[in-house]
Write a protein that binds this ligand. Structure first.
Ligand SMILES: *Cc1c(COP(=O)(O)O)cnc(C)c1O
Length: 407
């Protein structure tokens, strides 16, 4: 609001009321935080630019309770002595993932850095050329590997890597095989990669670690929602990965965290590593992650965790909402129709698969201008432009936000 300020400074004869209004507008703008809620009508469920997973009610309540009070972050009530922050999410993670041990850090990139630094620094890590990926925001798996002090050894080709490629690359200085799940891309056509179980057998035979960057943190089977099957964290452990790394704010549906689960001796080593302190999770993340994971333990994830509720939302329900919104827009002088379209999971999860949805379509010859207008609403509404229409997908609009800013 530089203008309001300049107008005020440059126009001393303005009416006092006008001055007061301009000052109020300028102050409101001055004190508006840049980080605030928006309405996600894009149809992308885990939208990285819009904060990934919105939290469940219980996860939000846990943040308020722990954040607003002194708490047991590093205090053992039984002994009255110093405790460890690593215990809080660990027990529930062990139960949900079926893991021996777990540790929570700042995000999955940090989890990978810790895992590779703690277990492979100064040694070689084998990775398929088909898995040397960029995870978004310009961050690349090979760079994280190098940063850890581990030496990257590429095996196979972009589209095909065989078990023998790994076997032939094993040398006296090899520490591990790293498998990176293709979470944000697909290699289709003439492709081949060994099964995780084959790699587990190979690593066991040679005394190496099998490390698995599962990425999305799927703890439920996405196939139950009409999506492709995303390999779950539990499956990774069952087929023999020694440590599995994943994000807490993708398909887990919790706060930004990175989670490592697996063998207790290895997790113990990682907890002792100096980097563990540098990348540790804060109390708000630990509180809300524990609350989120508890939903899985109680079998209520689909009902309580917003991203799973969105995936499970019936098409008829979405369609009814779209039709109601179209009515509101039309009544407000912005003629709108509805039509079938698709939502996506996003967040580097399940590329190439989508969920049938039903969207509001607002025809306009200036879609960018209309989109900008909706972004100025309170709260801002973020839609999707498709040629000469602005589309709003009700699937990703949270209960309680419906109706806001519309009409
Ligand atoms: C998302 C992702 C990461 C990075 O996780 P952050 O939580 O964003 O740090 C790493 N690997 C894979 C396979 C991913 O999908």
């Amino acid at each position: 609001m530089g203008c309001a300020r300049n107008c005020w400074l440059g126009n001393p004869s303005a009416h006092p009321e006008a001055l007061a209004d301009q000052t109020a507008a300028w102050l409101a703008d001055y004190f508006t935080p840049t980080l605030h809620p928006v309405i996600n009508a894009t149809g992308v469920i885990i939208h990285t630019n819009l904060g990934r997973a919105p939290l469940s009610g219980a996860a939000q309540a846990a943040i308020t309770a722990v954040g607003g009070h002194y708490n047991t972050l590093e205090y053992d009530l039984a002994s009255g002595q110093r405790g460890s922050r690593t215990v809080h999410a660990e027990q529930v993670l062990r139960r949900v993932a079926g893991a021996e041990a777990a540790v929570v850090v700042n995000n999955n990139a940090a989890a990978m850095l810790l895992m590779l630094s703690g277990l492979c620094a100064g040694q070689e890590v084998l990775i398929s050329r088909g898995q040397l990926v960029e995870i978004g925001g310009g961050f690349r798996i090979p760079d994280i590997l190098r940063q850890s002090g581990a030496k990257l050894v590429e095996v196979g080709t972009t589209n095909r890597t065989h078990l023998r490629d790994y076997a032939q690359a094993i040398g006296p200085n090899t520490a591990a095989i790293l498998v990176v799940h293709a979470s944000n891309y697909q290699i289709i056509g003439f492709t081949s990669a060994p099964e995780m179980s084959e790699l587990a057998e190979l690593t066991r035979k040679h005394g190496l670690y099998l490390l698995y960057d599962q990425g999305s943190g799927a703890l439920l089977d996405t196939a139950a929602y009409g999506l492709a099957h995303e390999p779950t964290v539990q499956e990774g452990l069952q087929v023999g990965a020694d440590v599995v790394a994943f994000s807490g704010d993708k398909l887990v549906g919790g706060p930004q965290t990175g989670i490592l689960v697996g063998r207790s001796d290895l997790i113990h080593t990682l907890k002792q590593h100096p980097l563990a302190r540098a990348v540790r999770a804060d109390k708000l993340a630990l509180a809300s992650l524990s609350a989120t994971l508890e939903h899985y333990l109680k079998g209520e994830a689909e009902r309580e965790i917003p991203i799973w509720r969105m995936m499970a939302r019936p098409l008829a329900d979405i369609r009814a909402t779209a039709e109601a919104w179209a009515g509101h827009f039309t009544a407000a002088g912005l003629p709108a129709t509805t039509r079938p379209d698709v939502s996506t999971v996003g967040g580097g999860s399940l590329p190439g698969t989508s969920l049938p949805s039903h969207v509001v379509a607002i025809p306009t010859s200036h879609p960018n201008q209309l989109a900008a207008r909706l972004r100025q609403a309170t709260p801002p509404i973020i839609g999707r432009i498709q040629s000469d229409h602005l589309l709003l997908d009700p699937r990703t609009v949270l209960l309680g936000q419906e109706g806001a800013g519309v009409g």
